[in-house]
Design a protein around this ligand. Structure first.
Ligand SMILES: Nc1ncnc2c1ncn2[C@@H]1O[C@H](COP(=O)(O)OP(=O)(O)OP(=O)(O)O)[C@@H](O)[C@H]1O
Length: 464
């Protein structure tokens, strides 16, 4: 596994070391931005954002003791009966105690005989570690063929999951992982020897059926991350279902997501029979540590102005801005770039290498703002994202609110108990109607924010 992760890291290092002119622009730009705001307002915003968004270790410990918090746990990792080498890896990652989903799911997933699990837990509450620890625990490192398949909806998420698995298995050197994603190849006629495959559905299906690089009959654990989108007709249902059909009846199914609709739940139950189900109540789905606001705007230019006001305040942490279409994302990035703001754009038409490079630069803080589309709405874990902005509200093709996408998008901030802010830019009556429905659906108020008003902006930094 190490070698594969290293390959990716090496590729990234190439970017870091390159003489990239955009890196230059970025460091200059903060000065440019600083110039745009009057000094008094700038310092106020800086103070606000600084005070308001810092989450101390103490806050997280307090959340851990609150039975209503998703971080609540009564057990230690020791009590979860993990292999000592995995435990060592977990502690080295700085995890002191499990979250609620980890302490609930892991005993179920590790019990014998293996049972299927369909699990829901809020975004950023440690689902990845839960299923990765289960995957690693089930592998027999002495057998040199794939025993676990983990499917992710996007390239970025598959890589991120693989990197978590690599870190957790630092002290299990015989466990190895193979990425089945675009750009990865296996020599024709050969067989995969790694025990774990993490990939996207199309590639995994090809490797199992067309190229026969591994025998699906030996797979004993099948994980669907972001399971709802993977079994949703709009998503990857066909491929996931075809892979499922190749696996033995006894294969253990692990489905994880922050959202499930009733239809998806029924379908998941059908393909993972007799599953144990962990579900949230609707009002538990949104996180209290993410404060939600909306800004009234007249049109996209007005939205842009609101954004620039907010952008001036983001001095600590980073922002992700979601647009509904690539066209809008491109317009926005051009607009910001023209005015000297350093922003990155990640949308579906970039090559995978470009996508990973953009994401790496953002992770490293080389750009403070990332404009993107729904391609990054799920799973991406970047601790320092303190603000999510919906430049466009997430809607379906029929312009109904897309509740699940809303939840996943705002969940890019407020990771693992940290504070986060979600701001919705709304223009026109249909946007207001969508926002109202979102508010009612999750039973959580979304407050009005006037970005031209310094007092109002102070709300962003107010302590809870
Ligand atoms: N027990 C733990 N202690 C401390 N940090 C943890 C623990 N478990 C997970 N984390 C950290 O919390 C962050 C969020 O975890 P993760 O990405 O697994 O969330 P998730 O539930 O899969 O989110 P999403 O729904 O967005 O996919 C990560 O940075 C991870 O390293």
């Amino acid at each position: 596994m190490e070698s594969i992760t290293k390959n990716f890291n090496d590729a990234h290092l190439g970017d870091k070391n390159s003489n990239d002119p955009t890196a230059e622009t970025q460091s200059n730009t903060s000065t440019e931005d600083d110039k745009e705001l009057p000094a008094s307002e700038k310092s106020l915003l800086q103070k606000i954002v600084r005070t308001g968004l810092i989450t101390s270790k103490h806050d997280i410990e307090v959340q851990r003791r609150d039975p209503k918090s998703p971080l609540y746990s009564i057990k230690s990792f020791e009590l979860l009966k993990l292999h000592p080498n995995l435990l060592k890896g977990v502690y080295e990652m700085g995890y002191n105690a499990p979250s609620k989903i980890q302490e609930t799911a892991l005993p179920l997933l590790l019990a014998n005989p293996p049972q299927n699990l369909i699990a829901q837990s809020q975004s950023g509450t440690g689902k990845t570690a839960a299923f990765v620890l289960a995957m690693l625990s089930r592998v027999d490192p002495d057998l040199h063929y794939p025993q676990v398949v983990c499917l992710s909806p996007t390239y970025e998420l598959a890589i991120q999951t693989g990197e978590v698995a690599a870190k957790m298995s630092t002290y299990c050197p015989n466990i190895r992982l193979r990425y089945a994603v675009r750009g990865e190849d296996v020599e024709k006629g050969s067989k995969i020897e790694e025990q774990i495959i993490v990939g996207t559905p199309g590639k995994v299906l090809d490797w199992a059926t067309k190229y026969k690089f591994f025998n699906p009959k030996y797979i004993k654990v099948f994980v669907l991350d972001e399971a709802d989108i993977m079994v949703d007709t709009q998503g990857h249902q066909d491929q996931s279902f075809r892979i499922r059909k190749l696996l033995p009846e006894t294969c253990q199914m692990m489905f994880f997501s922050a959202t499930y609709t009733e239809d998806v739940m029924r379908f998941a139950n059908a393909i993972a029979p007799m599953s144990v189900i962990i579900r949230l109540k609707r009002e538990e789905e949104t996180l209290d540590n993410i404060r939600q606001y909306y800004v009234n705007c007249n049109n996209k230019e007005d939205k842009y102005n609101a954004l620039v006001n907010i952008y001036g305040g983001v001095t600590i942490g980073q922002a992700m801005i979601f647009c509904q279409t690539k066209k809008m994302a491109l317009w926005l990035v051009n607009q910001m770039a023209e005015q000297g703001h350093a922003v990155a754009l990640l949308s579906g038409e970039l090559t995978v290498q470009q996508r990973i490079s953009v994401l790496d630069r953002f992770r490293e803080g080389k750009e403070k703002v990332l404009v993107t589309t729904n391609v990054l709405s799920r799973g991406i874990d970047i601790e320092q994202v303190t603000i999510v902005i919906n430049f466009d509200l997430p809607v379906t093709v029929t312009r109904d609110p897309d509740f699940d996408t809303y939840l996943h998008r705002i969940g890019r901030t407020g990771r693992f108990g940290k504070k986060g802010i979600a701001i919705n830019l709304v223009s026109g009556s249909s946007d207001h109607f969508v926002l109202k429905q979102i508010e009612e659906h999750f039973c959580k108020p979304i407050e009005c924010l006037n970005t031209d008003n310094a007092d109002d902006m102070e709300k962003l930094g107010a302590e809870d």
